[in-house]
Structures are given as C-alpha cells and as structure tokens.
Design a protein around this ligand. Structure first.
Ligand SMILES: [Zn+2]
Length: 134
C-alpha cells in the first residue's frame, strides 16, 4: 500500500495494496494538477520562444542584420530554444524563433549572427534528422 495519498499526503490506512489516493476526489485532483503543471510548462516555453523572437526582431529592424552574439546575451537570448531549422544548400543552418531566424557566423574570429526574416520559399524545405548519420 502506498504510505500516503499522492494528492493530499494523508496516510492511506485501508484499501487495496496498490491504492494511491484517499478517494476519487484526490485522484482527479491529482490528475488535474498534473495537467495544469504540463500546461504551465508549455506556456513558460512559449514565452521564452517569443522573447527570443522579439529580440531577433528588435535587432533586425529591416528584417535582416548582422550582430554580435554578446549583444543577444545582454538581452538574455536563449540559444537552446528555437521553433524550427532551415538548412541552406551550402549547409548553413538557420535557427528560427517563429518568423525570425539567425545563422551563426564568424567574422575575424568574432561570433556573430546573421539575422533574417522567414521567407515563403523556406516553407518547401524539409529537414531530415537522419541525413548526418549516412
Ligand atoms: Zn488524498
């Protein structure tokens, strides 16, 4: 028997050995809480992606621009998070946060980003995650 209810932590003294909740109220409350937590995580992630997108937009007022990586770090840009990838025929990778993306570049050893706005022709691109394994 579970020692305590997964939802309210009250000791479970009676019932089947695999009992996890006091009653059906605690069971549904527990599952509702789990759904809420999962939803809160997607909201937080979406907020982070929107922040990245807004930084890229701000730094490329003409829809295009080259900017040092450190400037984005000052705005607390999160390089780990992006919505989609675009690879050029030459193999350059663009990381998009919604309709704004960047390609990492090196200019005289300095890490910079080439920021671009999403173009319609990019929609035809299909990323193959297994390509590099061949
Ligand atoms: Zn309970």
């Amino acid at each position: 028997m579970a020692d305590v209810c997964l939802y309210c932590q009250a000791p479970i003294l009676v019932g089947r050995a695999d009992r996890k909740y006091c009653d059906s109220k605690c069971r549904s409350a527990f599952h509702n809480q789990q759904r809420k937590d999962a939803f809160a995580r997607t909201i937080a992630l979406n907020k982070l992606l929107m922040k990245n997108r807004n930084i890229l937009k701000k730094l490329s007022p003409e829809g295009k621009g080259i900017i040092r990586k450190e400037v984005l770090l000052r705005y607390e840009f999160s390089f780990e998070y992006f919505t989609n990838l675009y690879l050029t025929q030459k193999g350059h990778v663009y990381y998009f946060c919604y309709e704004y993306g960047f390609c990492p570049i090196l200019e005289k050893g300095i890490e910079k980003l080439l920021i671009v706005k999403w173009q319609d022709y990019m929609a035809n691109y299909q990323y193959n995650p297994w390509k590099k394994l061949r």
